[in-house]
Design a protein around this ligand. Sequence first.
Ligand SMILES: *[C@@H]1O[C@H](CO)[C@@H](O)[C@H](O)[C@H]1NC(C)=O
Ligand SMILES: *[C@@H]1O[C@H](CO)[C@@H](O)[C@H](O)[C@H]1NC(C)=O
Ligand SMILES: *[C@@H]1O[C@H](CO)[C@@H](O)[C@H](O)[C@H]1NC(C)=O
Ligand SMILES: CC(=O)N[C@H]1CO[C@H](CO)[C@@H](O)[C@@H]1O
Length: 269
Amino acid sequence: MAQREGAPVAGGGTSEDGSFSYGFASFRGKRAAMEDFHHASTTQIGGKQCGFFGVFDGHGGARAAEYVQNNIFQNLSAHPKFESDTAVAIAESYNQTDQDYLKSENAQNKDAGSTASTAVIVGNKLLIANVGDSRAVISRGGQAIALSVDHKPNRSDERQRIENAGGVVMWAGTWRVGGVLAVSRAFGDRLLKRYVIPEPEIQEETIKTGDDFLILASDGLWDVISNQDAVQLVQSVTDAQEAAKKLTDEAYNRGSADNITCVVVRFLH
Ligand SMILES: *[C@@H]1O[C@H](CO)[C@@H](O)[C@H](O)[C@H]1NC(C)=O
Ligand SMILES: *[C@@H]1O[C@H](CO)[C@@H](O)[C@H](O)[C@H]1NC(C)=O
Ligand SMILES: *[C@@H]1O[C@H](CO)[C@@H](O)[C@H](O)[C@H]1NC(C)=O
Ligand SMILES: CC(=O)N[C@H]1CO[C@H](CO)[C@@H](O)[C@@H]1O
């Protein structure tokens, strides 16, 4: 069914054991094509409550983002080290999914790529993995704490890594890899693959009392709403779906012209 421009998509649910609830919302934005995708699901593995959440912001077409959305968590949850070493399983699933995507697209969609900001809950563990400039932010007692650092080409360690691989970071409206791409890590992007890697930075946390909620969102949201503003906007919104919708609506009202997608996970303790 074709969607009316500006029509938001929203939904949500609660984990089987009642330890967290989640909601998502997506706004088509002011331009024609939607290149943001998200995932939210829960299941139990080895007797532990698990949650899988992700925001995937595509560029150069929707193909890469859609592929990552459809495959990454399936590959991760079936990974032999999912329970014993979740961080390694996540890193390998990111790598595997990128290779599978490039293989499946062969010579097509050379410029298509995607970010991935993912959150995996396994029992009381929370693992945030990031590639690109979508971002994960947690609210702890009302304080916003970023759990990922955007992969921008002018981040000094990223610029160094790219230059060591023989690439260049150039100014073209913003800082870009090879003067083309405004993120320094991504899925896809076949022509820049030597520099634009799918290796995630992973942060592992233990979910504690005082952890209120987590926000994953694309840059369409973070470009116009600060981390702390986002936390304050939904602090008192207990319904995670309402919270996600409020954030995307606010980003739109503040004039974001990009795709806007966000996922909110509320810890219920
Ligand atoms: C994960 O990727 C590997 C390599 O392509 C593949 O063999 C495996 O079937 C995938 N697993 C899942 C569950 O998709
Ligand atoms: C990614 O996977 C390929 C093949 O499966 C492997 O050769 C390569 O070393 C992996 N890279 C990383 C960073 O794990
Ligand atoms: C990267 O460049 C942007 C401008 O495009 C600037 O706002 C930002 O502070 C720079 N970041 C670093 C780490 O230099
Ligand atoms: C509807 C919308 O905003 N589409 C945009 C999504 O983001 C990509 C990449 O920034 C743009 O190319 C689309 O036009």
